[in-house]
Design a binder for this molecule. Sequence first.
Ligand code: FEO
Length: 172
Amino acid sequence: MRSEKILEMLNEQLNRELFSAYFYTAMEAYFASQNLDGFANFFMVQTKEELDHARLIFDYINKIGGRVILKELKQPKIDYSSPTEVFELALSHERFITSSIHEIAKAALEEKDLTTHNFLQWFINEQAEEEETMDKILRKLKFIKEDPSGLLFLDKELSTRVYTPPSILQEN
Ligand code: FEO
């Protein structure tokens, strides 16, 4: 069963996913300006994934007969003091997104909207992966203490990240 409350929450989540893409594009720009192209590549791929998340919610709202309402995107933070700061912010942002998805899933259960609850399961799993990815890189940065040779090694590792559209998007 579809409810206006759930539709509003999904529209808010759509905005948050679009903002995530915007936020990560700002991080990509920061790393590009530092000539850390592997880190920039990591956030370029992350941005594409966020746009996929937004697309999935956009399509779902339409599928259940709702109206997509696009809202204003605030300007993301554009200057960072270090790669560590970037990943601290990215991890805390992902934690915020996780709690936001969980809130919708809980509300969907309360509203007996099992279709939306089921739809959100993919996002719940995806969020666990996203948090893990950000946390792993953050821990590596802390381990190397941003030593230049360690940073360049990590930059090379992150240059190998490749964008792959999620299978759930290809199925729709
Ligand atoms: Fe779409 Fe990174 O959460």
